[in-house]
Design a protein around this ligand. Structure first.
Ligand SMILES: Cc1ncc(COP(=O)(O)O)c(C=O)c1O
Length: 357
């Protein structure tokens, strides 16, 4: 706790010290040793300028995704961007027209709702089905009604669901029928803990994939994301100068030497996800069992109102992510971050229970 309380990043600094933070997608673990060492070396050398040659990074990236996810990405089709959401907006600016509809699947990562209108495009909502599955008929209808693009979150935030090859193939077929642009946000893919992840590009060459070392290795503040696929080659080449060189140092070290740390981290978060349903108090339940990442999407008793996170914060002194930012299906839901020690997961749940009791 002493190490965490001194952190100045968003998770640990938004609330007073008596509040246990379990909200924004930052993990509580120490950095992977190779990442730490590479960053220390860069600091010791005063080596924190702009991004230079990227050959070493791209080679490490290719090896990482091939080894861990069975994805043979084409390093000629990788664009470096400041972060995943910047990459997404730049793709929309180049590959869609002002006013065009972009489909998202609520409950959805809250910035999706803001970033699409931020670049002058329209949000079209096709909610996930009750079981967290993609509504392929709904996608078909939304494209038929004029939507031109789809932002697919795979694995899905906040449900933690990993889509099957068949589901992705059905989405690709519908996008093909309507000649729609597809962007697949795979930022959580390296955190899949049951080996079930299917890379979009193993199913379709349509559109572009977004990824980063930032979620898996917990370095989002270093600002480096990747756009992968043919549409990436059309992005402005100067975007790389807005990305962080420290992000490159960390990503190259993570991709080439971070497997052992990542395996340990995956074991911890998989165990946290597995143990969570039995720990939760009556009136709170896991909506879908997660296959990936450290976010748990929880359904709460209607007695807690539309925004149970406010109740847990006020009465239990635990900060969860309010479901309201994830769109209409987020009412009565909260997102709990289990990217921490089992002890802190139990403490978060204890505080949730105390708010109910
Ligand atoms: C699904 C998803 N996409 C994008 C992001 C943000 O990525 P970046 O900081 O690279 O924009 C997050 C962060 O939690 C996320 O969960």
């Amino acid at each position: 706790m002493d190490d965490l309380l001194v952190r100045g990043s968003e998770k640990w600094s938004r609330y007073p010290p008596d509040v246990l933070p379990a909200w924004v997608a930052e993990m509580d673990f120490p950095l992977a040793p190779p990442v730490r060492e590479a960053l220390h070396l860069a600091i010791d050398r005063g080596d924190l300028g702009y991004i230079g040659p990227t050959g070493g990074l791209l080679e490490a990236m290719h090896g990482f995704y091939a080894r861990r996810l069975g994805w043979e990405l084409d390093t000629e089709q990788v664009a470096l961007v400041a972060d995943v959401m910047v990459g997404f907006k730049e793709l929309l600016l180049v590959h869609t027209q002002p006013g065009e509809g972009v489909i998202i699947n609520p409950p959805a990562y809250p910035p999706y709702f803001d970033d699409i209108p931020h670049v002058g495009r329209r949000v079209v909502e096709v909610p996930l089905g009750e079981d967290g599955a993609l509504d392929v008929d709904g996608l078909d209808k939304a494209f038929a009604a004029g939507a031109r693009a789809l932002l697919l979150c795979s694995p899905h935030n906040p449900t933690g669901r990993v889509y099957t090859r068949e589901e992705l193939a059905a989405v690709a077929a519908v996008a093909e029928d309507h000649d729609a642009f597809v962007v697949v946000d795979e930022i959580h893919a390296p955190l899949t803990f049951n080996g079930s992840f299917t890379p979009w590009q193993a199913v379709s060459t349509r559109g572009a994939v977004l990824t980063s070392a930032s979620k898996a290795f917990n370095v989002p503040g270093l600002k480096l994301g990747f756009v992968v696929g043919e549409p990436a080659t059309k992005l402005h080449p100067h975007l790389r100068y807005h990305a962080g060189y420290a992000g490159l140092v960390a990503a190259e070290a993570a991709f080439s030497g971070g497997d052992e740390w990542l395996d340990e981290t995956l074991a911890t978060i998989a165990a946290n996800q597995r143990d969570l349903p039995a720990l939760l108090p009556d009136g709170v339940a896991v909506t879908y069992p997660a296959d990936a990442s450290y976010l748990a999407w929880l359904r709460c008793d209607p007695g807690l109102g539309d925004d149970p996170a406010a109740v847990f914060l006020e009465r239990g002194r635990v900060a969860l992510q309010s479901g309201l930012g994830f769109g209409a299906p987020g009412k009565g839901h909260v997102r709990l971050n289990v990217g921490t020690t089992p002890e802190l997961v139990r403490e978060a749940v204890r505080r949730m229970a105390s708010a109910l009791g």
